[in-house]
Ligand binder design. Structure first.
Ligand SMILES: [Zn+2]
Length: 355
């Protein structure tokens, strides 16, 4: 299986996050991607290719132009106004939530702009956030190019992750929604049906939001119950989609502490739904923060469960694997690569000539 990887993620280097009311070193760090890359190489998963620059158009097909422009210049303006390295929001877009206004008034300071676009205080904008996030989207888009050229499965080794980023919101360590950008690009190039299965521990709130009113993209997420887990405000079982998207969103929240025995029936439900939908492309939002030893989550999956997960994915369906979360540095590489290797072995044994 080919992997797409670029070095620009390192520019979004060591920084801080607000966690439990304290500023601490961010768990979303460059070493995550480096550990996965070295495991890809060690396991001989396949060729590692650099991403191609796809410009800004595919980003603007998912995120608003104003939001893309904001991220491109946010850090420079923060530095000019505040004089230190990491930009954090101070308040939240509650005016819209309270029904006071649909769109913000003209913005005069960077702090005001952060208050419009941030939805969580865990995510700093650093000097390299733009470069890393932009290249992260190019990694996903370049992997999509490979699938569209006939590869059965391709791994987009994206960092930072993307599934929490909404049309014009960042948070949960995510700036651009890499999986959604690839899905939309596929549709814009003539595709008609895409499914996104999100197996990260956290609900893929951004992906859900982006496609919530759309019937041509099925979004399914298995995650820690958002009555207890980030992002809290959505991800509940009674969110089926709306309008044309009615029935095209499926949330499968699970209790804290869930192990494979609890996880497997939900995965089965998710896959039955995928198979009924019959997409031409499956995008797997691949987070391995479901691992028992992950430092910021509370599921109980073990290393041997990731190949099991792969073996349950529908055979013969072109699959784009997009890296999301996973914060246990010791095991992130082996958990990701064992899943990908198992998927490839299954595809070969199912007789897919492209695998
Ligand atoms: Zn996560």
């Amino acid at each position: 299986m080919k992997t797409i990887y670029g070095n620009d993620h390192r520019r979004h280097g060591k920084h801080h996050e607000m966690s439990g009311g304290r500023m601490v070193p961010a768990v979303e760090c460059p070493e995550r991607a480096e550990r996965v890359l070295s495991q890809v190489e060690e396991a001989g998963l396949g060729e590692v290719l650099p991403p191609q620059d796809h410009g800004l158009e595919p980003l603007r097909a998912v995120h608003s132009s104003a939001y893309v422009e904001f991220l491109a210049s946010a850090h420079e303006r923060w530095l000019a106004e505040k004089g230190h390295a990491e930009a954090f929001p101070l308040s939240w877009p509650v005016a819209a939530t309270a029904g006071l206004r649909a769109s913000p008034p003209p913005i005069e300071t960077i702090q005001a702009e952060l208050a419009i676009y941030a939805f969580a205080n865990d995510t700093a904008i650093t000097a390299g956030s733009w470069a890393a996030a932009k290249q992260g989207s190019d990694v996903a888009l370049s992997a999509l190019d490979q699938i569209r050229a006939g590869e059965a499965g391709v791994f987009a080794l994206c960092r930072p992750p993307g599934h929490h980023a909404g049309r014009e919101t960042y948070g949960g360590y995510c700036y651009f929604n890499n999986a959604a950008i690839a899905a939309q690009r596929h549709l814009d190039l003539g595709g008609s049906r895409v499914a996104i299965l999100d197996v990260d521990f956290h609900h893929g709130n951004g992906t859900q939001e982006i496609f919530y009113g759309r019937g041509e993209v099925l979004t399914v997420s298995i995650h820690g119950d958002t009555r207890q887990c980030f992002p809290f405000y959505c991800g509940h079982a009674d969110e089926p989609g709306r309008g044309d998207g009615q029935g095209a969103n499926l949330n499968l929240p699970l209790p804290l502490g869930s192990r494979w025995s609890e996880y497997e029936p939900s995965l089965r439900r998710a896959i039955d739904r995928l198979v009924d939908f019959a997409p031409e492309l499956l995008i797997l939002s691949l987070g391995v923060d479901t691992f028992a030893e992950d430092p910021i989550t509370d599921f109980g999956l073990r290393g041997e469960d990731y190949p099991r997960l792969a073996a349950m994915l529908p055979p013969g369906m072109p699959t784009l694997f997009v890296l999301e979360g996973g914060y246990d540095l010791q095991h992130i590489g082996s958990n990701v690569v064992s899943l990908l290797s198992a998927w490839e072995a299954e595809s070969i044994s199912a007789g897919d000539p492209r695998a």
